[in-house]
Design a binder for this molecule. Sequence first.
Ligand code: FMN
Length: 399
Amino acid sequence: MYCTKNITDDLYWIGGNDRRLALFENIFPVPNGVSYNAYVLLDEKTVLLDTVDKAVGEQFFENLTHVLGERDLDYVIINHMEPDHCAMLKEVIFRYPKVQVVCNAKTADIIKQFFKIETDALIVKENDTLCTGKHTFTFLMAPMVHWPEVMVTYDTTDKVLYSADAFGTFGAINGNLFADEVDFETKWLDDARRYYTNIVGKYGAQVQALLKKASKVDIEMICPLHGPVWRTNIGWFVEKYQKWSTYEPEDQGVMIAYASIYGNTENAANVLASRLADKGLKNIAMYDVSVTHPSVVVSEAFRASHLVFASPTYNGGIFPNMETVLLDLKAHNLQKRTVAFMQNGTWAATSGRQMNEMISGMKEMTVLEPAITIKSALNDNQSEEIDAMVDAILDSMEL
Ligand SMILES: Cc1cc2nc3c(=O)[nH]c(=O)nc-3n(C[C@H](O)[C@H](O)[C@H](O)COP(=O)(O)O)c2cc1C
């Protein structure tokens, strides 16, 4: 049966949810599932905004057919040509042969690459408009707010921003389509941050460019391609994007990421955390990088102001899972953090120096010296060293 949501009088959500998917993009765990959002506007002309992933293709067509009723489909606007949104485009064109594809030139090329079809698309550029009756759309290019062809579409009539992957989040829509119908800050924010940082985190400058454009238009609703629709408290979420895209920490706080084979580096990480807490620090986050998925550690590193990395030396290098995390942080362009290291080794501890080299290659990182060196297991006489690291962390915090 169709499963659609009315957004306004003439606007409908016709997407679908996947709660079976283990790994989004075959890399990111999605324990809360994921939604693929597509929208239909019933104006004098009918307009479909994006399609969905093939996993929910059948539901999507049932929804589309239901919402259109007896009407034909006049336009399909493609904001993002990634297959999790446009897998159904070829089938849409096949089922509605009179439909006019509306996209930019880059998207038209990518349509050809994926589908090997020619579309007589209406090619739009920055600030071009399309009137569909009561509604007029303006197109704003948003290159690299995930992919180079990305654009966002602004409905000037109802002040709705169709934001492509921007303002999206992991997590299936559990009946409540609107962000104000769920406890977003408690239940969704971690997934939203993990989505942003891992998917578009690298492209902060491009997200800034989009935020600048968006700030010039009056937005009453944001319809992203994943996760809830925003119609209240939009400024709160935009502020999060402002922080994430400028790599400013969200919280003054510590995230400790450690690796450990036999438990001694883990012990040192626990001692450090415990003493930070003794000095009053709250909400300390700790992750074993062999247990927690790197996407969570990346997300948490974007959140916290202070990061501690603790790793055994492993075949003359950094423990592999820790190296993966650090490479991931560099790949996502993390900046502006204060960082401390703990290294462990039984015969020649070098992981601290190597972790330092990796982090120092990133922008505006402050390294707290000295690193703590553990020779196999922490020694009671290293108590002062731990306290010195605790003080260095707390002294450099804006509390
Ligand atoms: C495969 C392997 C390679 C290792 N390579 C080194 C090394 O290159 N240098 C070193 O000092 N210790 C090396 N070690 C030893 C560990 O780094 C050391 O025992 C450390 O104390 C382990 O910390 P943990 O108790 O947190 O696991 C290696 C251990 C393993 C299992």
